[in-house]
Design a protein. Structure first.
Length: 159
């Protein structure tokens, strides 16, 4: 009888811990009125054996943000908190000095301008302005680093 009670306590404790962990991750994944920069439940795996550059990490964060925004817009939400950290695109250190072509700053300016427009968009223009932002990412990657293009194009909304 004591053994059965001890087993129940262990199972109960394990379930409570599991529920707490899952609820924290659910809150980070839940579409809300703002696009959260909380990535505590998601660890970004290093893709570069020599470490990831500041620019690569920023762009992965930008991708994750667009992916979250995609779900938010599909669910009728409106992005509200402008991601100020994305303004570091001009100063973030690239993987190599040749990564940032002469055109990089113009592409980055275009991205930031379109991002600001998206956050000021009326709900009726969200899909169009979101897709425009995705295209800004694609434009830069077509010119410089085509690797993630397939992934970027999958972010587009159908409307």
């Amino acid at each position: 009888m004591v053994l059965l009670s001890r087993s129940k306590i262990i199972v109960f404790t394990a379930l409570v811990v599991l529920i707490v962990l899952l609820s924290q991750c659910k809150q980070a994944d839940k579409p809300s009125v703002s696009t959260s920069e909380n990535t505590s439940c998601v660890k970004t795996k290093s893709l570069n054996p020599n470490g990831d550059s500041e620019l690569a990490l920023l762009m992965r964060h930008m991708y994750d943000s667009l992916n979250s925004m995609n779900r938010l817009i599909k669910n009728g939400g409106v992005p509200s908190k402008f991601p100020e950290s994305f303004l570091k695109i001009h100063t973030a250190k690239p993987t190599t000095s040749t990564t940032k072509l002469e055109s990089f700053d113009a592409f980055a300016d275009d991205y930031i301008t379109t991002l600001r427009l998206l956050y000021k968009s009326p709900k009726a223009d969200l899909n169009k302005n979101y897709n425009s932002l995705v295209q800004k990412c694609a434009n830069c990657h077509e010119a410089s680093c085509p690797g993630p293009l397939k992934k970027i194009y999958k972010l587009k909304l159908d409307f």
